[in-house]
Design a protein around this ligand. Structure first.
Ligand code: SAM
Ligand code: SF4
Length: 356
């Protein structure tokens, strides 16, 4: 798809034209993936973070946050719940740390999870920028997937939403994404949509970047304010909330047309704007959902943005609610399938599951 066409589709405002775009993308999704939805159990195991991204509620500079770290036993209990619910993988997400204690703890944790699950149980990591050696170590320990959102591929915009220092370098973020892919992970990235100063041109470039890099899994959603962050004060160039939401759906739909066989998540942030936001994401072409299985007491301390949903029910209830909603919307959850994207399988014909 040409850049011009992508920009045109991302700029649609008429309801009729948008619905037609969503229907086309949904038809491609059904053709390639059926009405299937892959569930990944999300475990937000720690909110400790060395970085200070200007948009994020758990940034290191936010002194109002009570920092936590779930014990291995607590994490393994959540993995047991995920297994009991028939899930074939979990996503381990946290703030970013790179110290040797952290690296060691994650390595041990991955091995412990591998011991208690089937060989093929998929572990996805979403724990930020690391050294090539660390990515390799965790891959060898048994993690198969890694999510690292590029946030925006426009360097100037990237710099405007991060502190101006070495810890928040656009170049490092890019290099890390490349390194994750080279290590052999099924690689996920994504962007925030509706950042102050962001345009449809920027977003079109983001989609072209994802395509050109050959990304296997994508998670994109609206940028949402958190009062205890510097970016929430940036009222200039702010997108109306509903525009961010609608544009997120258009981004999902256009990407589905561009890359029919990848995995696209319908993110929790969509639900913060509209209660049925995640269902609408599925109808626009997404095929992955991440039920939040983090214990409620910790989940309340992992507030990236305001109005984060899923803060009322415990993990079990959360899961069952989402399951009901998926069924009600006419989709079906896939069990007994490790859910590697066909795009990845084709890219890595020789992919072998790392051993226990
Ligand atoms: N620390 C890791 C990292 O940054 O890659 C993983 C966890 S981080 C909380 C996961 C994602 O949350 C980020 O990549 C960012 O896109 C998203 N996020 C953070 N603050 C947000 C906000 N205010 N609105 C929407 N998404 C946000
Ligand atoms: Fe830390 Fe990730 Fe939040 Fe940035 S987005 S402050 S790295 S948790």
């Amino acid at each position: 798809m040409s850049r011009q066409k992508i920009i045109r589709l991302l700029s649609l405002t008429s309801q009729e034209e948008q619905q037609s775009l969503f229907q086309r993308a949904y038809a491609v999704k059904v053709d390639q993936h059926g009405k299937n939805v892959h569930f990944r159990g999300l475990i937000e195991f720690s909110n400790q973070c060395r970085k200070n991204c200007l948009y994020c509620g758990i940034r290191s500079g936010n002194t109002h946050v009570h920092r936590y770290w779930m014990t291995d036993e607590e994490i393994l209990q959540v993995v047991e719940l995920a297994k009991a619910k028939g899930l074939t993988g979990v996503v381990l997400q946290s703030g970013e740390r790179t110290d040797s204690d952290f690296v060691h703890r994650i390595t041990t944790l991955i091995k412990k999870i591998k011991k208690t699950t089937s060989l093929d149980f998929r572990i996805t990591l979403s724990i930020g920028e690391q050294t090539p050696e660390t990515y390799q170590k965790w891959f060898e320990a048994g993690a198969q997937r890694y999510l690292l959102r590029i946030e925006t591929t426009n360097e100037t915009l990237y710099n405007s939403i991060h502190p101006n220092d070495k810890l928040h370098s656009f170049e490092t973020r890019l290099n890390c994404l490349d390194r994750i892919q080279q290590t052999g992970y099924q690689t996920g990235t994504g962007v925030m949509i509706g950042l102050p100063g962001q345009t449809e041109e920027h977003l079109a470039d983001d989609l072209l970047f994802i395509q050109q890099k050959g990304i296997d899994m994508v998670g994109m959603g609206p940028y949402l304010e958190h009062a205890q962050t510097p970016m929430s004060e940036l009222t200039e160039k702010r997108w109306p909330l509903f525009s961010r939401f609608e544009c997120s759906l258009r981004m999902i739909a256009v990407l589905r047309l561009m890359m029919p066989t990848i995995h696209i998540a319908s993110t929790t942030a969509l639900e913060s704007v509209i209660p049925t936001g995640r269902e609408l994401g599925l109808k626009a072409g997404a095929n992955v959902l991440m039920p939040n299985l983090t214990p409620l007491n910790y989940r309340r301390e992992y507030l990236l943005y305001e109005n984060k949903p899923c803060l009322v029910f415990n993990a079990d209830e959360n899961f069952e609610n989402l399951l009901l909603r998926v069924r009600k919307s006419g989709e079906q959850v896939v069990y007994n399938d490790y859910g590697d994207s066909r795009y990845f399988i084709n890219r890595h014909k020789t992919f072998k599951t790392p051993s226990k």
